[in-house]
Design a protein. Structure first.
Length: 95
């Protein structure tokens, strides 16, 4: 499964910087960094579920945002999914 993950961690407080470092460390274990807060890679469904659990333990859902896009290995749009973790406004769901 091909995965693209992006995050936006609220760093207005000191705790936010700690979460940011942890998210970076976990993300690098599973995916390749392509931008400061964007990662991509190919991982199994089991590893993806483990990755999401680790991410959710770190973020503050009332302040942080994480979006994960997945595409099946066949590259078809029918296999495309988006999952959002954390704080998202309704407008962010409009494409």
């Amino acid at each position: 499964m091909i995965v693209v993950m992006a995050y936006d961690i609220d760093t207005t407080e000191k705790e936010g910087y700690k979460r940011l470092r942890k998210i970076l460390k976990v993300s690098r274990r599973y995916l390749f960094q392509v931008q400061k807060s964007v990662f991509k890679g190919e991982i199994s469904i089991g590893k993806l579920n483990q990755f999401k659990k680790e991410i959710y333990k770190i973020i503050d859902p009332s302040k942080d945002k994480v979006v994960i896009y997945t595409v099946d290995n066949y590259g078809t749009l029918s296999g495309f999914e988006e999952e959002q973790l954390g704080k998202f406004s309704e407008i962010s769901n409009i494409i």
